[in-house]
Design a protein around this ligand. Structure first.
Ligand SMILES: Cc1ncc(COP(=O)(O)O)c(C=O)c1O
Length: 434
């Protein structure tokens, strides 16, 4: 997710081919058990890909759109086409897709700062937002440059004990005038189900009925293309996400997007660039081909990642660990949480996944502080693009109850190899019975 943990060279990465038969058999059995789920994820590629192809065709994508205008980037047809294509795929009125967005956090921050004004109230409907947003809102850290410093008040509606939006208390939470509600679709680093798009749609309806002027913003990180509809198709006014997660298709080298109501997208762009420039400036540095091609691959990559997530869930559930979601449960994001319960098991699994990574297999992921995070993080992320979590990776904040969050993947055979390796290491440590 998120950010690359510190890693130290540790002579790992040898012997990927000599996995014992028992470990192979266990993962093979899990793979056989999830075969119907895998088939369903694969079948879902087609309608998503049709949408991407229809967007390319409607916007007459051609090779001329791969080059960028340098400098100010004014009148860049590649950038303008990219924005329109993403808007169509995301079922939104408008989108702004920029390599100048450093991350999902940055795109979300641009959306919040772009729209909210001093005296406005922001209300999170999904409890405490993702860790890196705490400093954006002003809940942690020095507060320098935060929404709080600019006089934006913040409240949150805690989730129910089951990790669901507390819809019974929604009216009470919205009793005060509220400019915007924040909905986090994905679980983040919390033990809760991701929010189905249909639920987001229902929340949008209820919010608008209670306060017609209140805007709905969705943190869409890890959610794109997982379900048939996106939040902006069911009433969300604005949403944001990262390109080194789902929509970049593992090719985008960085960047993020905002999408939704055209005026709100423009406001977010005014925060990213400057008032007066808005969405009309910013070079793509000749990276547009990778962004278009990544979008073309994204439906397939998301499906592979979801198959990998089912597999991780099945293998660890079979070992007796609590997993969230359960194999076969409805998914609205690509994250698979596994409650390992102790820091040693967490580090061990991360180490095994790192050793099975294509890049930096010899590195030993060690917990380390990260900008934007309160807890130390450990991350197995031997990806081609640094910090890319559309590639297979796993990470965890080093805090109770020591939950591992795995995500991404380009071909689920990679998860098979990584899981076999984790099983062997867990068995050697006496944490798994053979
Ligand atoms: C739900 C959610 N929102 C926001 C973010 C922040 O994204 P980024 O790491 O790209 O800043 C993450 C990161 O994992 C996330 O899981």
């Amino acid at each position: 997710m998120r950010v690359m943990g510190r890693a130290e060279a540790a002579g790992l990465g040898a012997g990927a081919g000599d996995c014992p038969t028992w470990a192979r058999e266990r993962v093979a059995a899990a793979l056989a058990a999830i075969a119907p789920l895998a088939a369903a994820h694969t079948a879902a590629v087609r309608p998503r890909l049709e949408r991407v192809l229809a967007a390319f065709a409607a916007e007459r994508l051609g090779v001329q759109h791969f080059a960028s205008v340098s400098g100010y980037g004014h009148g860049d047809q590649g950038r303008e086409t990219l924005d329109r294509v993403f808007a169509r795929v995301l079922q939104a009125e408008a989108a702004a897709v920029r390599v100048q967005f450093v991350s999902g956090t940055h795109a979300i921050a641009a959306a919040l700062f772009g729209v909210l004004r001093p005296g406005d109230r922001l209300l999170s409907l999904t409890g405490r937002p993702y860790d890196t947003l705490e400093e954006v809102i002003g809940l942690r850290g020095s507060g320098s440059g935060s929404l709080a410093e600019f006089g934006i008040t913040y409240d949150e509606l805690p989730l129910t004990a089951e990790g669901l939006v507390d819809e019974e208390r929604l009216a009470e939470a919205l009793a005060a005038p509220t400019r915007m509600v924040l909905i986090q679709r994905s679980c983040g680093y919390s033990w809760r189900p991701s929010l189905p798009v249909a639920t987001i749609g229902r929340l949008c309806e209820r919010v608008k009925a209670l306060q017609p002027g209140c805007l709905v913003f969705v943190d869409n990180c890890y959610g794109e293309l997982v379900q048939e509809l996106e939040p902006t198709a069911v009433g969300a006014d604005l949403m944001a996400g990262s390109l080194i997660k789902n929509l970049g298709g593992t090719l985008a080298p960085g960047g993020g997007y905002v999408a939704g109501d055209a005026e709100l997208v423009e406001r977010a762009c005014c925060r990213l660039t400057a008032p007066g420039i808005g969405s009309e400036g910013g070079s793509g540095f000749d990276l547009h081909r990778l962004l278009f091609q990544g979008l073309f691959l994204a439906p397939q990559m998301v499906a592979e990642a979801l198959i990998g997530a089912e597999l991780v869930a099945r293998v660890f559930a079979d070992l007796g660990y609590a997993v969230n979601p359960l194999p076969g449960a409805e998914r609205s994001d690509g994250i698979q949480a596994v409650r390992l319960g102790n820091p040693e098991a967490l580090k061990l699994v991360c180490r095994a996944f790192q050793a099975a990574s294509p890049v930096g297999s010899y590195l030993d992921p060690v917990p380390a502080p990260m900008p934007g995070y309160a807890s130390e993080l450990v991350m197995a992320g031997g990806s081609f693009i640094d910090g890319s979590t559309s590639e297979f990776s796993a990470d965890a904040p080093l805090r109770e109850p020591f939950v591992l969050y795995a995500q991404g993947g380009t071909h689920h055979s990679h998860q098979v190899i990584a899981l076999e390796r984790a099983l062997v290491d867990l068995a050697e440590a006496g944490l798994v019975a053979i």
